[in-house]
Structure formats: C-alpha cells, structure tokens
Design a protein around this ligand. Structure first.
Ligand SMILES: Cc1cc2nc3c(=O)[nH]c(=O)nc-3n(C[C@H](O)[C@H](O)[C@H](O)COP(=O)(O)OP(=O)(O)OC[C@H]3O[C@@H](n4cnc5c(N)ncnc54)[C@H](O)[C@@H]3O)c2cc1C
Length: 481
C-alpha cells in the first residue's frame, strides 16, 4: 500500500448518489489528486431490508445518472459485486489507495455492517474516514431535558429548532483537478450486477438522478410550496414535494432541501409562512423517524409499545392479498394500493388510511404492511417506513392511539371530495357520481346501473363492515390495555 498524498482515495457511494453536498467526496478531493468513485452491490449485507423491487429500479437508474455525471468530469464510476469489505480491499490494492471514505448510513443494521467493514480495512492499513450527511441532527445530542430520546414529535420539533444549527450544504468538489487512477479499473456493468425489469409505471412517473431531483425541488419551491399547508392533504392534487425517493437515495441531502427552502421566493417574500413551517416540520418528521430508529433499533420488527407484543393480530392470507391488490371494496384504500403498485409511491394521507385499514379494520399485522410497502415503494426507507407503520397500528411513538380508527369513507369524503383520486386509480368507479364514489355499496341500484357497475363483479363488495370491524378491533385492544 502506498501512502503518498498522490495515492488514490476510494469514495464508496451508497445512498448518497449525488456530487453536491457530499462530504466524503469533498474530503477525498482535498486530500488526494486521484479519486476512485465506486459502488458495491451487496444486498445480502442489508438483509432483511435489502432493496425491494421499486428501490432496485430507482437505484439502477440513479447509478446510471451518477455515472454520467462523473463521466462528464472525467471520472469513471466503478461498479462491482460485494462482499463490500473484500471488494473494497481488492480495488484499494489494485490502485494502491491510501484510504476509503464514505458517508455514513444511519440505520442501525447498516451502521454495524459499516463498522465491521471499517475495521477490516483499517487492519489492512487503509485510512478510513466517514462523514455524516444523511440527517440534520445527532440522535445522541438531541435529548429530552431529563436526558434520553424523544417519544413525542412536538417537543422534538421544539428542541430541534432550539439546538440544531442546520449546516450549509457543501459546494461542488473541484473534480477538474482529479486524476483517473491508472490502470483503468474494470467494472461489472449495472445490468449484469442486478435485475430490475422494465417497470413501465415507474418509468412514466419518475426520473431518478440528482439533476431530476434538483428540477423537482425547484418546481416544488416555485409552484407548490405556497399553499402546501392545505394542498398536502389532497391526494388528487400534485400538492406535495415528491422528494421522498430523492431523499432516500441521497440524490438530495436534507441540508440541500433546507437551504433551498430558506432561499425560495416564498420565504424571501414571507408570502406563506404557515406552509413553510409545515414543510420544514415534515422534513423534521424524517429526522424524528431516524431518532427513534437509532434509539430503538428493534422497532423495525417489534412494537415500540411493549404491551402490543401481546396483541393478537389475525392471520388471513386472502384478506392480506386483497389489500395488496387494491381489492378491499373501500375505494380510497384501493386507490392508494393501486397507486403504490403502479408508480411505487402513495400519498401520505392514503398511506395512513391504508395502514389503518390493514391493522385496525382487518387486524392484520403491521409488519406485513411494512414488508409490502418496502418491496413496492420507490422511497422505501427503514426509518420512515417503520415509524409510519407503527404510527398507523397505534403501537409506536407519538402514534395514533389504537382506539382512534380512521373511517375510510369519511376520510375519503373529506380528502378526496370530488373523487378525483379514486377515479384516477380505480377506473371501474369512474362513472359513479361524487356522492356515491366513496361507498359504492350504499348507492342506489339505479346509480350503479347508470355507472354500468355490478358490485362483486366489476368491483368488490367491501371486505369488512367498518363499524363491526371497529368493534372487533376495540375488543382486542381492550384485552391488552
Ligand atoms: C404507513 C406509512 C409508511 C411510510 N413509509 C415511508 C417510507 O418508506 N419512506 C418515506 O420516505 N416515507 C414514508 N412515509 C412517510 C410519508 O408518507 C412520505 O415521506 C411522503 O408521503 C413522501 O411524499 P413527499 O416527498 O411528497 O412528502 P412531502 O409532504 O413533500 O414531505 C417532504 C419530505 O418530508 C419527509 N416526510 C414527510 N412526511 C413524513 C412522515 N410522515 N414521516 C417521515 N418523513 C416524512 C419525507 O422525506 C418527504 O419527502 C410513510 C408513511 C406512512 C403512514
């Protein structure tokens, strides 16, 4: 191993697929005139949370975009299969590297993997440096006044505002001075590294990559942020930022989003401070989810509230399958589940409704819902998904109490009053009038006939009666209470 300043530094890209605000890359470029950007495909090391099919699709396209961006600065992205430690050592040896730098991942099981990789590399004599850019707060630093983690969001948000000084994003590294190390390294082409299938619905809805991420951020700041406070609740509108997959894959860092919001016209002109505050709070919900997962690493599979360990979830494969396919007979739930299947994303309000329906109306385990979302979401994120599902099931921190159950019909009437969202994703209901679309089983037979709809044939009868399901759920909840 060579140790001169000219010997290369490997920069291990993971879910930080960007060049801006990339501390590991900036540091590598400052320390050496030769940098090797690389990606290692080692899904087994992420088990049981290896990327699902939609995440894999995103990852592939985002890596292609990163490779193009690096290529335009004269650098090749090296892509190889794992195991990570062996591959990193192999490449480091090949180029005579002095060290390996990376940005940390926050999920506990990945931290453990990274610590073990770092140890192996250090034993081999390589300089290992790691950097934080995934979240804005340090979960061990932000503590309640009595010490320890937060369990409730509002005090967490207040403390966050008081003690977290959101850092400015780093600027673009000076890549023009960086050399490609010789000999030129071989890569395994991405299409040989992992399969993604064609996924037309995803391709129509999304453009992965950091350039598209910045475009979407700009479009959000210019056209959606003003009014976000209200528009974010309407699933039929394009009323949220849709930045979640970009934040998950790291095409944007939260510091970049934070700064862009502060510099936006809406903030500068002080036109809609409520919407700005609400949006920043959403970004901090993401922080809260990482805070919780950091302190309660077992919550990806265990309820945070212990008493829920005694909760007797039902086991019903057919009902679970009907939920996954968007065939529950409750239009708002089915619209969400089909949106998820089609474009790998679901509106937050509908994630909450569909989650509540699975866990409270059907009494099926939240872990089943989390696993399905994991496989299908382009933004599948272990911290956010875990918190979202525990919230929906009533067993997490700051959760919707179990006894407070969403009524899928009144939620639908309130947030999709015109039925636009339902019509988009459940086209067989398109011709029903607005007042019948939320609960077709209550519609007069003439209304159904006019819409050319036969329940049980063109569209399912409801899987359960919500008021009876509610009673059943409350009974089970009282048993553990
Ligand atoms: C059951 C369930 C599962 C979920 N699974 C995931 C998941 O796997 N990955 C994921 O990123 N989000 C998840 N969420 C949170 C939320 O639904 C999405 O972050 C949001 O819908 C993304 O859309 P957006 O980027 O347009 O959000 P915006 O409203 O524009 O919010 C901006 C950003 O803030 C963060 N954010 C917003 N709402 C939340 C929230 N409730 N919790 C944590 N962070 C939030 C996201 O990073 C989001 O991109 C889940 C929510 C529920 C109820």
């Amino acid at each position: 191993m060579s140790t001169s300043d000219d010997s290369p530094i490997l920069v291990w890209f993971r879910n930080d697929l960007r060049l801006l605000d990339h501390p590991a890359l900036v540091e590598a470029v400052e320390r050496s005139s030769a940098v090797v950007p690389l990606f290692v495909w080692a899904p087994d090391e992420e088990a049981p949370w290896e990327p699902g099919k939609s995440s894999r699709w995103w990852l592939r396209h985002s890596l292609e975009s990163l490779a193009d961006e690096l290529g335009s600065h004269g650098l090749d992205l090296v892509t190889r299969p794992g195991p990570s430690d062996e591959t990193l050592i192999e490449i480091a040896d090949e180029v005579g590297a002095q060290g390996v730098f990376w940005n940390e991942r926050v999920a506990p099981h990945l931290r453990e993997r990274d610590e073990s990789v770092a140890q192996t590399l250090e034993q081999e004599g390589f300089d290992v440096r790691t950097f934080e850019s995934r979240i804005l707060h340090d979960p061990d630093e932000v503590q309640t006044t009595s010490g320890g983690p937060y369990h409730v969001y509002t005090p967490f948000w207040k403390k966050f505002q008081k003690v977290v000084d959101v850092r400015e994003p780093l600027s673009f590294p000076d890549l023009e001075t960086v050399d490609r190390p010789a000999p030129s390294l071989s890569s395994v082409p991405l299409d040989e590294l992992f399969e993604v299938g064609s996924q037309e619905g995803l391709a129509e809805a999304w453009t992965p990559g950091s350039a598209a991420a910045r475009d979407r951020l700009d479009a959000f700041l210019e056209g959606i942020l003003e009014g976000y406070d209200a528009s974010r609740e309407i699933p039929g509108d394009d009323g949220t930022s849709r930045l979640s997959p970009y934040l998950h894959h790291g095409e944007l860092s939260p510091a970049m989003v934070w700064e862009a919001v502060q510099e936006s016209d809406v903030v500068q002109s002080d036109d809609d401070p409520e919407s700005v505050e609400t949006y920043l709070q959403e970004i901090v919900w993401r922080e809260f989810s990482y805070h919780l997962l950091h302190h309660y690493p077992e919550t990806d599979h265990q309820p945070l509230k212990d008493k829920f360990e005694a909760f007797e979830w039902r086991n019903h494969a057919t009902q679970l399958e009907r939920w996954t396919r968007g065939e529950t007979g409750y239009p708002i739930v089915d619209a969400g589940m089909r949106q998820l299947q089609e474009i790998g994303w679901m509106h937050n309000r509908v994630r909450m409704i569909a989650g509540s329906f699975l866990t409270k109306d059907l009494l099926l385990p939240w872990q089943e819902g989390a696993a399905w979302f994991w496989e299908h979401l382009v933004d599948a994120d272990i911290a956010n998904n875990t918190m979202g599902w525990q919230w929906a099931a009533g067993c997490g921190a700051d959760a919707q109490p179990f006894f407070r159950m969403f009524n899928p019909v009144s939620q639908s009437e309130r947030y999709d009053s015109s039925g636009e969202y339902i019509r988009r994703w459940v086209p067989e209901l398109r011709d029903l009038p607005d007042d019948a679309i939320h609960a077709p089983w209550n519609a007069a037979s003439s209304t159904l006939a006019d819409a050319d709809l036969t329940l049980g044939d063109d569209y399912p009868e409801p899987l359960v009666d919500h008021s009876k399901a509610r009673e059943r759920a409350l009974e089970e909840w009282r048993r553990i209470k």
